[in-house]
Design a protein around this ligand. Structure first.
Ligand SMILES: C[S@@+](CC[C@H](N)C(=O)[O-])C[C@H]1O[C@@H](n2cnc3c(N)ncnc32)[C@H](O)[C@@H]1O
Length: 227
């Protein structure tokens, strides 16, 4: 399916947010990592600068740096206004306010923007659309998916989730997913069926509390690994 940029909200998170959302420790950061649906996150830009082996894939990478950045600035004020109008829907512990969130998202976008064309030329940003990715089996030790699976449960059905996570586990030994809530802040209806599916196929599934929460109750991450 061809992605239309005018339908995308290219909001990205930082390296520090990824470390918290996925409880990444020093051992994890020594592994080869694939960020799936990484969009304009600055995890890759910041992590690669620290010498961490990170690749990212996203259908957004069909577009150029200026197009992605322009789209971000076209939508940011509307999103922040929606957040300001729903103050009780957010936990202001990491980001201190809607204005702070806006500032942090701009910083991430600019960090991504500065790295994107160089990183693309180096193969660190590759077009890739779940549920089928072009990587060879076992290309990575760890794959991460932030703010795509589970979050869009109303738009993406259980079958899509199962295929997408099976694909992440084909190309990596372990998959981590965050958050486990939907856009309307409810536990994803796909979570328990996903866990049951992979457990019954011999995978280890763990739901872990993490040190990051912006959606109330959205401080859990799912880890699935081959036994
Ligand atoms: C809300 S953003 C999250 C970006 C990043 N992971 C983060 O947390 O900062 C969701 C991302 O999912 C990407 N996406 C949409 N459809 C996808 C698909 N079929 N496969 C992979 N990524 C997809 C979008 O392009 C977008 O970059």
């Amino acid at each position: 399916m061809t992605m239309r940029l005018d339908q995308v909200v290219p909001f990205g998170r930082s390296f520090d947010e990824y470390v918290r959302m996925f409880a990444l420790d020093a051992v994890d950061l020594g592994r080869s990592i694939l960020g799936v649906a990484d969009g304009p996150a600055s995890f890759n830009a910041e992590g690669s600068a620290k010498g961490i082996r990170i690749q990212s894939c996203d259908p957004l990478y069909a577009f150029g740096a200026d197009e992605i950045r322009d789209r971000f600035y076209a939508v940011i004020d509307n999103i922040i206004t929606q957040i300001e109008n729903t103050p009780n829907n957010w936990v202001w512990s990491y980001h201190k306010s809607a204005a702070d969130l806006r500032k942090n998202r701009i910083k991430v976008t600019e960090r991504f923007y500065a790295d994107y064309e160089t990183g693309k030329a180096a193969g660190r940003y590759l077009f890739g659309e779940l549920p089928n990715l072009s990587y060879e089996a076992n290309s990575f030790s760890l794959s991460l998916c932030s703010h795509f699976l589970f979050l869009y449960s109303a738009q993406l059905d259980l079958e899509f989730h199962l295929k997408a996570i099976t694909e992440m586990l084909r190309i990596s030994q372990e998959a981590r997913l965050f958050p486990l809530l939907t856009l309307d802040q409810k536990k994803s209806p796909h979570l328990l069926p996903v866990v049951g599916h992979f457990q019954s196929r011999g995978y280890q599934c763990e739901i872990e509390k993490v040190a990051y929460e912006l959606q109330p109750g959205g401080n859990e991450m799912l880890k699935i690994s081959r036994l």
